[in-house]
Write a protein that binds this ligand. Structure first.
Ligand code: GLN
Length: 547
């Protein structure tokens, strides 16, 4: 039977509950336990698929096509496992299930209420993955303790604590211990208040993880322990780290995993096996080279909008022992007259996924620059579609566009997928999740993947219009990856270019610390080769040495 760890947050949002949960899970996994993590979000949207990135950052897609919270990306990247529909539950999903059941008459005339019906459904979902053979299920409760909308989730945890054996569950509370400059002190009062508030709701934390900017002295740990009714050893310091990937080691030093195992009465485990993880961190910390990669998108000011892409660059950079500096370039402000100035110092260019009209002409100009100047290019989803439009316009002399932006365009080289034409509802209706792709022999894609058949995750409605395929291939843009059944084009690449590849899917979603995605790995390599070539041209001495 699985044991349950609940992770709650206090004082403020954005404390990094996802990273703490993933780090704890990593340590337990490294000790030989089978662990998964799930996230319960208190908002009423059924899933974050309909939320724009300004609201919620990136929408992370699982193998089975769930549109989920970006924390699931952290879980997969840390644990190197797949998550699924079951790993992300929202208030919207809970109510939808309960209301559907009510309409079916399943409650037999009873009044349907938050307690017990909503909390029963929350508990059912909290325990769902517990039947899948995991030793430990970690449940991260979104939001902050004290929010009205979090209450049913906290109440469900309270009830579960009574239903489960004492040694089968525990609560970790992540809180903020702010440093007050004027007082030159860390302050524990907000933590005391948030624990008090949680206790009023009937849930008492077993472990308190304190996010802080300065070291947490033993005196302060004792003070928090005294006021919050936990053991001193259960007060954990979580100082700001240079990289999220250092947090598991920081938590190991603080013995977060050991304290959990003790409370859960788990004795069958070994010392954490983290050699691969440490090797990765070493490479990350001591790079031997550096590249500048331009990220062309329209949500550039938002850290979280391209989360998985940025993390995939961290993984790919480390394995190449190369620091990847991602230069954010707003596609809306790229014009014909400034494109050279904005892009000429780059070693590689990634055109980001996206929806809608805003900023796409800038993306097309950026693709043109990369194609003409032999700059390594990587287009993802909308980025791939923009590379197709650019090639259509500037090489094939078509009036090329996508019907997403211009439904009346003359050459709809990117068109709505057939099965999308009758779809009107927005939520969960895109082409989502994992689909197979067959790769052409001798292509760049084959060299990158080292395989002729792959599968990757999708989130889109438009596609390459196969009516134009022959024309494109004859002119040098080939479809090197195609879905074996539907024949949808999944990968395009240019023949006469050192590295130019566009993919209809989202490779960034499958990059993990232990398995960096080959497309990112090779793209960074191509960018580094490009940088080397440039410095050789600038420095003829180096050039002769290279020859
Ligand atoms: N808007 C495009 C489509 O729906 C691309 C989507 C994306 O980049 N995720 O096909």
């Amino acid at each position: 039977m699985a044991k349950y760890i609940f992770v709650t947050g206090g004082v403020t949002s954005s404390l990094g509950k996802g990273i703490i949960s993933a780090s704890l899970a990593k340590l337990l996994q490294a000790r030989g336990l089978k662990v998964t993590i799930q996230k319960f979000d208190p908002y009423i949207n059924v899933d974050p698929g309909t939320l724009n990135p300004y609201e919620h950052g990136e929408c992370y897609v699982t193998e089975d096509g769930a549109e989920t919270d970006l924390d699931l990306g952290h879980y997969e990247r840390f644990l190197n496992i797949f998550t699924s529909q079951a790993n992300n539950v929202t208030t919207g999903k809970i109510y939808q299930t309960v209301i559907n059941k009510e309409r079916e008459g399943a409650y037999l005339g009873k009044t349907v209420q938050v307690i017990p019906h909503i909390t029963d459904e929350i508990k059912r979902r909290m325990k769902l993955l517990g039947n899948e053979g995991y030793d430990i299920v970690i449940t991260e409760i979104g939001g902050t303790v004290g929010d009205i909308e979090s209450l049913p989730f906290i109440e469900a945890v309270r009830q579960l604590q009574w239903e489960l054996e004492e040694e089968d569950c525990l609560v970790v509370h992540l809180t903020l211990v702010p440093y007050l400059k004027a007082a030159k002190e860390l302050k524990t009062k907000p933590t005391q208040h948030s624990v008090k508030m949680m206790s009023e709701n009937g849930v008492h934390p077993d472990i308190i993880v304190c996010r802080c900017e300065r070291p947490l002295s033993i005196e302060l740990r004792k003070k928090i322990a005294l006021f919050c009714n936990v053991k001193t050893e259960a007060v954990i310091e979580a100082q700001d780290a240079a990289s999220i990937y250092e947090v598991p080691l920081i938590m190991m030093r603080e013995k977060l995993d050991v304290i959990c195992l003790k409370k859960l009465n788990l004795t069958q485990y070994h010392e954490p096996e983290l050699s691969k993880w440490k090797e990765f961190l070493d490479k990350l910390k001591y790079p031997k080279s550096k590249v500048n990669i331009g990220l062309i998108g329209k949500y550039i000011e938002l850290q979280d909008a391209y989360k998985s892409i940025l993390e995939a660059f961290v993984h790919a950079g480390a394995i190449n022992e190369c620091k990847v500096d991602v230069i954010n370039i707003h596609s809306e402000f790229i014009t014909e007259s400034n494109v050279e100035e904005k892009l000429s110092n780059l070693d590689g260019l990634l055109v980001a996924p996206g929806f809608g009209h805003r900023g796409i002409e800038g993306k097309i100009l950026a693709v043109k620059y990369a194609r003409e100047n032999k700059l390594p290019f990587f287009g993802i989803c909308l980025g791939m579609q923009m590379s197709v439009i650019e090639f259509g316009r500037n090489v094939l002399n078509l009036q090329a566009h996508s019907t997403e932006m211009d439904p009346q365009c003359q050459d709809a080289v990117i068109d709505l997928m057939e099965e999308q034409k009758k779809v009107t509802a927005k939520g969960g209706t895109m082409r989502l999740g994992s689909y197979p792709c067959e790769i052409q022999a001798g292509s760049l894609a084959e060299a990158i993947y080292g395989s002729r058949s792959i599968s990757e995750r999708h989130r889109h409605r438009w596609e390459f219009n196969n009516k134009y395929l022959k024309q494109y291939e004859e002119a040098g843009m080939v479809a090197s990856g195609v879905n074996p059944e539907s024949k949808l084009v999944e990968i395009v690449e240019l023949k006469n270019h050192p590295f130019f590849i566009g993919v209809q899917y989202h490779p960034e979603l499958k990059s993990t610390v232990e398995n960096p995605h080959p497309l990112f790995v090779h793209f960074v390599k191509a960018a580094r080769d490009n940088a080397d070539r440039h410095s050789a041209v600038k420095n003829p001495l180096l050039q002769s040495e290279m020859i």
